[in-house]
Design a protein around this ligand. Structure first.
Ligand code: TK8
Length: 355
């Protein structure tokens, strides 16, 4: 090999070697170890923005939980990640915000599991009426069971990342026609439901006239009489001021609704392993606060709802048993659609958590 060519080759190899030490292409958080001895400081990583949208308003524990998530992520990423929070459906409703995450035009939302059923049918399992016996059992199943994590693991195939579950809560019926205390009282009521086939079928079986509708349209529909009633947890009924457009609440507790804290897969994949660990931990920590706030004021909210003039009807054990007997056959019809294996695993996890 002539001397000239070997000299060029050696110089080229040296240049390539120096360039290879420049570090990986992955965005390094600003606090990445920079001991000052390097030839040049790493290029400051561009601040990453999480646009986080929810449907409930800024009084709801869901928003308070989101603020806690923001606080942890911004503090512990040393400003590498900024969380912009949007409430009251400013960025859309559960379904449209999930679609925005799939497209990568939004980074975070926290929908109820019911609309997630339109993307991964297995999530409809949580909308089986009278499935979850208590908040304590719900916590164990959602935060500790294998099947709850397996359901979250189905989301990346939809370009969605499920970090953890938060609490929407036990759902209760409100309406403007009559106090509802028994199954026959549901007859003919025009009830708004979440966009979920199981909810629709269950209310139809009770003789009601259900209409699926995005949460963002609900208050106006109640105000205009497009629907007679709706069903949501007490915190939502009070904090969204449904008492201004509803006369009666029945403590049916017919479904326990979880929320799923969701990120876009695009944002997740572009995050460093340290940022992914931080995002997951922040969602878990903020969830503890969200559940606590969602539960501690329920009695107070119920007192306020009565003070605002709503009638409050308890459901007797006999009436609940009658409701269950009417709805259970519907659930069996849906078991295949949800996934028999998923239904069996969730029921087994509930049994184990109840012991
Ligand atoms: C808010 C909804 C709401 C849900 C509903 O985005 O749609 O009634 O209970 O909490 O997720």
């Amino acid at each position: 090999m002539n001397r000239r060519f070997s000299g060029i080759l050696a110089a080229s190899l040296m240049i390539l070697t120096i360039a290879g030490c420049g570090g990986n292409n992955q965005a390094q958080p600003p606090d990445a170890a920079n001991d000052g001895n390097q030839a040049e400081a790493p290029v400051e990583a561009k601040q990453r923005i999480i646009r986080a949208g929810i449907g409930l308003n800024d009084q709801h524990p869901q928003y308070k939980g989101l603020l806690r998530f923001k606080e942890i992520v911004e503090a512990e990423s040393n400003g590498a990640i900024k969380v912009e929070t949007y409430h009251s459906g400013q960025l859309g409703d559960d379904r449209t915000m999930m679609e925005a995450l799939q497209l990568g035009t939004q980074e975070m939302t926290i929908p109820s599991t019911a609309p997630i059923g339109n993307f991964v049918t297995d999530f409809t399992v949580f909308d089986i009426p009278f499935l979850m016996p208590s908040e304590e059992v719900a916590d164990k199943v959602l935060l500790e069971s294998e099947i709850a994590q397996q359901l979250l693991d189905k989301l990346p195939a939809q370009n969605l990342i499920g970090l953890t579950y938060w609490e929407n809560g036990f759902r209760n019926l409100t309406n403007n026609v009559r106090a509802v205390g028994t199954a026959s009282d549901f007859k003919g009521l025009k009830i708004r439901t979440m966009e979920n086939q199981l909810h629709l079928a269950a209310f139809k079986a009770l003789g009601a006239n259900p209409t699926p509708m995005a949460f963002s349209e609900l208050f106006t529909a109640l105000q205009q009489g497009t629907v007679d009633g709706q069903e949501n947890p007490i915190a939502t009924i009070y904090l969204q001021k449904f008492y201004e457009v509803q006369k009666h609440i029945s403590l049916t507790k017919h479904v326990y609704s979880p929320f799923v804290v969701m990120l876009s897969k695009k944002f997740w994949d572009d995050s460093t392993p340290e940022q992914q660990e931080l995002l997951k931990r922040a969602a878990l920590e903020a969830g503890t606060l969200e559940r606590q706030l969602n539960r501690e004021a329920n009695e107070q909210y119920l007192t306020e709802l009565k003070a605002e003039g709503m009638t409050v009807t308890e459901i007797s054990p006999e009436a609940r048993a009658e409701l269950e007997s009417i709805i259970v056959p519907i659930v069996d019809q849906f078991a295949d659609n949800i996934g028999k294996d998923t239904v069996e695993k969730v029921r087994a996890a509930i049994t184990e958590a109840s012991q």
